[in-house]
Ligand binder design. Structure first.
Ligand code: FES
Length: 575
C-alpha cells in the first residue's frame, strides 16, 4: 500500500518543539481537543460575510452548516474572513476591489495551515474574487454560493432585483409613477436573504461555479431561504474532507474543458456580460488560455434556454423549481455542446451529475428546439472603434437595433452625461447612438456599471425605451438594452473611443460582429495628436496600484503581476 501522504497542515500542527507548541497551543484557546491536530484534513471556511454586503449577510449560518459537514467527515474546520464586496454600496465600484479581495484570499490560503477550502460566495464580485485567489493557490476547493433571494412581488406584479429598479426609475423620470410609489417598492424587492434573484451577475456566477464543476449540483439556484441551501453547504463540508484525501485540487476541475462548458452555459442562461471579464481573469490565474474570441466562437449555436429577467420574465426561484442548472446542462449535453467528461467537485463527471435531470416547467427552461431566444450568446465586436474588442448581449437587446448606423451623441464622463440627459435642448433622437467615455478599468477607475446609460428624459416621455449605447464601462447583470460594453482599449488610455465626437456616424452590426466609426484614419490620427488624457487623481494607495497595473477588459481586468498561480508551497517558516 502506498504511504499516506502527509497533509500540508502537518508542517504546522505535526511539529515538535517550541513551534509545534505555538501552533497547537494558541488554537486550543478555542476549546479544541488534542485530536484535532492528529493529521486529519484541516479545512478553511473562507467567508465573505459582512453587514456591508447584505447579499452575504446570512453567511455565518451557512458557515455553520459547512462546519457540521466537515466535522461529520472527520475534518478540522477553521472559518476565516476575507474582504467582502458589497455591489451596491462600494465606491467607486466593487469591481475595483475584486483584485484586492482575490489577493487577500490567495495570501490567506497560502499563509495558513489549510489542506482544503470551502469558498462562501454570493454578491457579484465575491465569486470571481474568491475563485481567482483560490486558483492561484490550487488547494482542494469547493464553492458554495449563498443562493438567490425569493421572488419579489409588488402591486400584483413580479419584480426582479435591479431590473425593475431600472424600469421603475425610467417610469418615474417619464412621470408615469410617483416618488411614493417608487419608494414603496424598496421593501418589496429585497424581502429575504440572498443575492439578486434575476439572472444578474451573482446568479450568473453561481451558475458558472456549478458549470465549472467547482460547486455541487444545485449550487446555482436553490434559494438562500430554502433549507436545501444549508443542506448543500453541509454536503460541501463533508465532501471537501474527501477531496483533501483524494488530492482533488482546483486545477483538476478548472480545466480548459470546464471553462468551455462555462462559456456555453453563460450563453444558454442568457447570463451577465460581467462573466466575460471574470472568466478570463479566473482562467488567467489558472494558466488556462481563454480569450474574448472564445466567447463568440463557443457561444455560436447556443440558444438562450432560460426565460429569466433581465432578458425574460421569471426569477431564480422559478428556475430552481423548474429543475435549475442541471436541466440546462443536460440540454447542452444532448446537443453535443458540453464536455461531458469534465470532472466535478463531487468526484463524478459533469454528465454523470446531469444526464437524468428533469425539467418541471418548459416555459422557464425551454427545450433546445424551441428556445426562449435563438443564438443569444454574447457577441464579441471588433472594428476601428474597438480594436481589442467589445461585447454585447443580444438576449437583452432590441432585435431591431442589432444592425444600425446612427449619429453619435458623446458624453466625456458620467457626470457630464447626467447633466445633459435632462436638458430639453439636447440634440438627440431615438436613432442616435449614445457614447460614454472614461468609465473603463483605469478611467473610472474600476470599470463602473454605467454602460446602460439612462435615456434622455424628453425621449422617455415620447415612449422611447431603448437606444444603442456604447462605452468602455460594464453593465449590471440585471440591466438590459442594446448596450455595447467593455470597449478596449478604453478611452482613458487613448483608445479610439476617446476620439469619437458628437456628430460622427457609427455602425453597429452584431451579425457581422463589427463596430465601425466612420472617420478616416488621417482624421483619427489628427484627433489623437490633439488628445490629452483625463485628469487622474489617484496618487497613492490601492487606487494607484490599481491604475498602474490593471489590464484592459479583454484581458479580464486583472493585475498584470497576478496572472498565473504560485501554488500552495511557502518557502519560509514564520520564525
Ligand atoms: Fe449583491 Fe446584486 S447587489 S447580488
Amino acid at each position: 500500500m502506498p504511504a499516506k501522504k502527509q497533509l500540508r497542515s502537518q508542517a504546522w500542527f505535526g511539529r515538535g518543539g517550541k513551534m509545534g507548541f505555538y501552533y497547537r497551543s494558541f488554537l486550543k484557546s478555542m476549546s479544541l481537543p488534542d485530536d484535532q491536530f492528529d493529521g486529519r484534513p484541516v479545512v478553511g471556511i473562507c467567508n465573505t460575510w459582512s453587514e456591508l454586503t447584505p447579499c452575504n449577510a446570512h453567511f455565518r449560518e451557512i458557515a455553520e452548516h459547512v462546519r457540521y459537514g466537515v466535522l461529520e467527515a472527520g475534518g478540522f474546520p477553521l472559518e476565516f474572513p476575507v474582504s467582502s464586496l458589497g455591489e451596491v454600496t462600494m465606491r467607486p465600484t466593487a469591481m475595483m476591489f475584486r483584485n484586492l479581495a482575490s489577493m487577500d484570499v490567495e495570501e490567506a490560503l497560502r499563509a495558513h495551515p489549510l489542506d482544503g477550502v470551502v469558498l462562501l460566495m454570493g454578491c457579484d464580485k465575491t465569486t470571481p474574487a474568491l475563485l481567482m485567489g483560490a486558483a492561484s493557490v490550487d488547494l482542494p476547493t469547493i464553492g458554495v454560493s449563498g443562493g438567490p433571494q425569493l421572488n419579489a412581488h409588488y402591486r400584483g406584479t413580479t419584480i426582479g432585483s435591479g431590473t425593475n429598479i431600472i424600469s421603475m426609475s425610467e417610469q418615474l423620470r417619464a412621470g408615469e409613477i410617483t416618488e411614493a410609489e417608487f419608494r414603496n417598492a424598496e421593501g418589496a424587492m429585497n424581502r429575504s436573504r440572498g443575492h439578486c434573484m434575476t439572472m444578474g451577475t451573482a446568479s450568473t456566477m453561481a451558475s458558472i461555479v456549478e458549470a465549472l464543476g467547482v460547486g455541487l449540483p444545485g449550487n446555482a439556484a436553490i434559494p438562500a431561504a430554502d433549507a436545501r441551501r444549508d443542506a448543500l453547504a453541509r454536503l460541501a463540508g463533508r465532501r471537501i474532507v474527501e477531496m483533501v484525501r483524494e488530492d482533488l485540487v482546483l486545477s483538476k476541475l478548472m480545466t480548459r474543458a470546464a471553462f468551455e462548458n462555462a462559456v456555453r452555459t453563460l450563453a444558454a442562461i442568457g447570463g451577465s456580460t460581467n462573466a466575460v471579464v471574470h472568466l478570463i481573469a479566473m482562467a488567467g490565474r489558472m494558466g488556462v488560455e481563454l480569450s474574448l474570441e472564445d466567447f463568440d466562437r463557443l457561444g455560436r449555436g447556443v440558444h438562450c434556454l432560460v426565460n429569466l429577467m433581465p432578458s425574460g420574465q421569471y426569477l431564480m426561484e422559478d428556475f430552481y423549481y423548474a429543475g435549475g442548472l442541471p436541466v440546462v446542462l443536460r440540454r447542452l449535453g444532448e446537443q453535443g455542446l458540453l464536455h461531458k467528461d469534465a470532472l466535478t467537485a463531487n468526484g463524478r463527471t459533469l454528465w454523470d451529475n446531469v444526464y437524468d435531470a428533469e425539467c418541471w416547467n418548459d416555459e422557464v427552461i425551454t427545450p433546445f428546439e424551441t428556445p426562449f431566444k435563438r443564438e443569444a450568446g454574447i457577441a464579441v465586436l471588433k472594428g476601428n472603434l474597438a480594436p481589442s474588442g467589445a461585447v454585447i448581449k443580444p438576449a437583452a437587446a432590441s432585435a431591431g437595433m442589432l444592425k444600425h448606423t446612427g449619429r453619435a451623441v458623446v458624453f466625456e464622463n458620467p457626470e457630464a452625461m447626467h447633466t445633459a440627459l435632462d436638458d430639453e435642448q439636447l440634440e438627440i433622437d431615438a436613432s442616435c447612438i449614445m457614447v460614454l467615455k472614461n468609465c473603463g478599468p483605469k478611467g473610472y477607475p474600476g470599470m463602473a456599471e454605467v454602460g446602460n446609460l439612462p435615456l434622455p428624459r424628453k425621449l422617455l416621455r415620447e415612449g422611447v425605451r431603448d437606444m444603442i449605447r456604447i462605452s468602455d464601462a460594464r453593465m449590471s447583470g440585471t440591466a438590459y438594452g442594446t448596450v455595447v460594453l467593455h470597449v478596449a482599449p478604453e478611452a482613458a488610455i487613448g483608445g479610439p473611443l476617446a476620439l469619437v465626437q458628437s456628430g460622427d456616424l457609427i455602425t453597429l452590426d452584431v451579425e457581422a460582429r463589427t463596430l465601425h466609426l466612420h472617420v478616416d484614419d488621417a482624421e483619427l490620427a489628427q484627433r489623437l495628436a490633439n488628445w490629452t488624457p483625463p485628469p487622474q487623481d489617484a496618487t497613492r494607495g490601492y487606487a494607484k496600484l490599481y491604475i498602474d497595473h490593471v489590464l484592459q477588459a479583454d484581458r479580464g481586468a486583472d493585475f498584470d503581476f497576478l496572472l498565473g498561480k504560485s501554488g500552495a508551497p511557502i518557502a519560509r517558516d514564520n520564525h
